[in-house]
Ligand binder design. Sequence first.
Ligand SMILES: NC(=O)c1ccc[n+]([C@@H]2O[C@H](COP(=O)([O-])OP(=O)(O)OC[C@H]3O[C@@H](n4cnc5c(N)ncnc54)[C@H](O)[C@@H]3O)[C@@H](O)[C@H]2O)c1
Ligand SMILES: CC(C)[C@H](C(=O)O)[C@@H](O)C(=O)O
Ligand SMILES: [Mg+2]
Length: 371
Amino acid sequence: MKLEIAVLAGDGIGPEVTAQAIKSLEAIAHSFDHTFLFKEGLVGAIAIDKTGDALPQETLDLCAATDAVLFGAIGDPKYDNNPGSKVRPEQGLLKLRKELGLYANIRPVKAYPTLLEHSPLKRHIIEGTDIAIYRELTGGIYFGKKTLNDEGTVASDLCEYSKEEIERIAHLAFKEALKRKKKLTLVDKANVLETSRLWRKVVTELATAYPEVQLDFMFVDNAAMQLILNPKSFDVILTENMFGDILSDEASVIGGSIGLLASASIGDKFAMFEPIHGSYPQATGKGIANPIAAILSVAMLLRHFNLNEEAAVIEQGVEKALELHITTPDLNSHQPLSTQKVGDFIADYITNPFDTNVNFENIHVGQSTII
Ligand SMILES: NC(=O)c1ccc[n+]([C@@H]2O[C@H](COP(=O)([O-])OP(=O)(O)OC[C@H]3O[C@@H](n4cnc5c(N)ncnc54)[C@H](O)[C@@H]3O)[C@@H](O)[C@H]2O)c1
Ligand SMILES: CC(C)[C@H](C(=O)O)[C@@H](O)C(=O)O
Ligand SMILES: [Mg+2]
């Protein structure tokens, strides 16, 4: 298969982790005889620095002209610490999602058997956790009208949803539930918010088309607690934009690091693949960022194009790296490896998969032995 992929590496650790994801894709292309063409575009703070715009038109055109977008991360403290700034890196990401119509953000969360001791949560609580979070991505409070009065003392953000916006992502979430444990939990704040009551009404009506799926409802404050107390009770979580943002960072604690959580952002015409974490500015250039979220994002990209065997090899490479403690400091305080070494190991595994128990001292990553 031939795919053209727009690569928007962005800011902070974005370029470092994206480079490892591309390495995995190149290894797949080599092993499975595919052609992947990478075309780079600017987004975020680096785009503002170079063009004055967080999402130059050229980048948007590039994304619209390619088969898929691989996104790194955006964000820079010089904007985070300056709330008055009119241009912001985040505008680039939000505009991209909106313009490409990427309304469904799918964030899988699982507890890897080899990382059960790593999570701060107890083993028996997280073991077996496997959740798919379906986060609405182009509506809600992120995109409603914003106001700030002339004195700069009163501000507002409007949260708005339409029936159609709820239905299209709900259909995807129900279909996903059918392929899994057939349980869908709508997370909302229907005891307070009108938008949440609309979500309940629309999703309840739609549920009649999916009689095999068990639908339940949970208030977001309780869901935040249940994710930590009883994560195995969830199968597919469907929720609005901001709740999904917050709950998915929280859920990353189950896996042991946010550096493991990948995502796919899907629309009717376009698709983008991105780790859920940000630009982690403190880590920029230090080689300590976990590249696995970015690498698993390209596995999701491959699955999107039905390259399931290829995606599975990447996932096995990740599992092998975790099993052998070939991981960055967030998961390995004893003998941490660099972002690049973890990426090298997974790319090497893709080229030459092995399943025997390997003597750790004999493992070579790229050109160098690990220990
Ligand atoms: N999709 C995105 O591009 C995205 C997502 C979230 C935040 N941001 C932006 O990123 C900047 C920093 O935000 P933040 O500090 O709240 O969130 P962040 O996700 O960048 O980092 C939060 C913490 O998560 C951990 N972490 C994140 N990525 C990691 C990785 N790959 N490996 C290991 N540990 C990792 C670190 O402990 C870090 O301190 C801000 O400008 C924010 O707006 C962008
Ligand atoms: C950077 C920010 C706009 C973004 C969001 O809130 O969607 C991020 O937190 C994410 O999860 O992708
Ligand atoms: Mg977020």
